[in-house]
Design a protein around this ligand. Sequence first.
Ligand code: CP
Ligand code: NVA
Length: 308
Amino acid sequence: MNHFINLKDIPAKDLRRILVDAKKRKNARKKLNKLDPDIGTPLKGKLLIQMFEKSSLRTRLSFFLAISQLSGRTLTLRPDELHLSKGGESIEDTAKILSNFGDAFMLRTDNDEKLEEFKKYLTIPIINGLSPSSHPTQILSDVFTVEEIKKKPISKLNITWIGDSNNVLNSLIAASIKFSFKLKVGCPKKYQPNKNIMNYVKKNKNKIMIYNDPKKAVEGADVIFSDKVISMNDKVNKKKKLRDFKNFKISKNLMKKCPRAILLHCLPRGSEVDENVFKSKQSKVWLQALNRIHVQKSILLYCLGKLR
Ligand code: CP
Ligand code: NVA
C-alpha cells in the first residue's frame, strides 16, 4: 500500500508509472459511458471513503467517477456529522474505524498536520485531496494534460506559473523537480514562496526562476498555469491582495507574448484570467478538469498496490 500526500515524497519513477497507466486506461475507454467499468474491474469490492473539510466540485466528482470506473464504490463523509470535529473523538479512533470499514481514505483538509496524524493511525492509504500546502492530485493530473496536449515529455517544455504562491504552486514546484522541467514563476515580490520553498528553489537554481514581471515570466512558455489570487480560507485583506496582483492579470496582450502556450487553471476561477483568454483556443481548462478522473484512477491503483 502507498500513501499519496505530497509529490516530493513519492519516487519519480512511481509518478511516471501512474501517468503511463492513466494514459492506457484513458485510451481504452474512448467508447465507454461514464459509469461503465474498466476491463478487469480492478477495484471490485473496494470502498473509498472521502471527506471534504473545504468546498469541492471537481475533486469530489472525479474521485467518485474514478473509483466507480474501477468497479469500487465511494462514500462521502460530512465532517460536521462526525464525532471527530464536534464530539471530541480522536483522530486515532476515527482512523481505526476508517481502516476497518474502508480501503482508502481521501481527505481535503485545512490542516496539513491532520494528514500526517491520520497517516500515523490508518492501516489503509490516505490521499491528499488538497491541503493548505499542496494539491498533489491536481498537479499530477496537470502534468498528464500538458503531455497529452503537447505530445512531448514535460521535461522538454517551458512551464510558467502566474499567480499567488499557494498550495497548487507548491505542488507544481515539487513536480518540476520530479519530472525535471523548467519552471518560471511570475508574482509580486511580496507574494513570493515562503522561506522553506525558496530554499528548495535555491537548490534547483537553473530550473526554477522567480520573476516579479509577468511579461518576463511568460517569455518562451509552452504552458501558462494560473489559479485564484485568493485561495479558500486565505485570511488576507482580499481587496488589497487583488490590487497587488492587478499587473499579473492574464490578458490577451500577455498571451500574445507566448503564442504557442496553452492556458491551464485548476478552477474555480476568480478574475485573474480575462474572459476572452479563458474562453480562447489557448485555454484547455475543461480537458484539464476531466483528466482528473483518469489520473486519480491510477493514483487509487497505486495506493492500493494494484498498478500494472
Ligand atoms: N481544482 C479543484 O480541486 O477543484 P475543486 O475545489 O472543485 O475540487
Ligand atoms: N489554491 C486554491 C485551489 C482550489 C482548487 C485553493 O486552495 O483554494
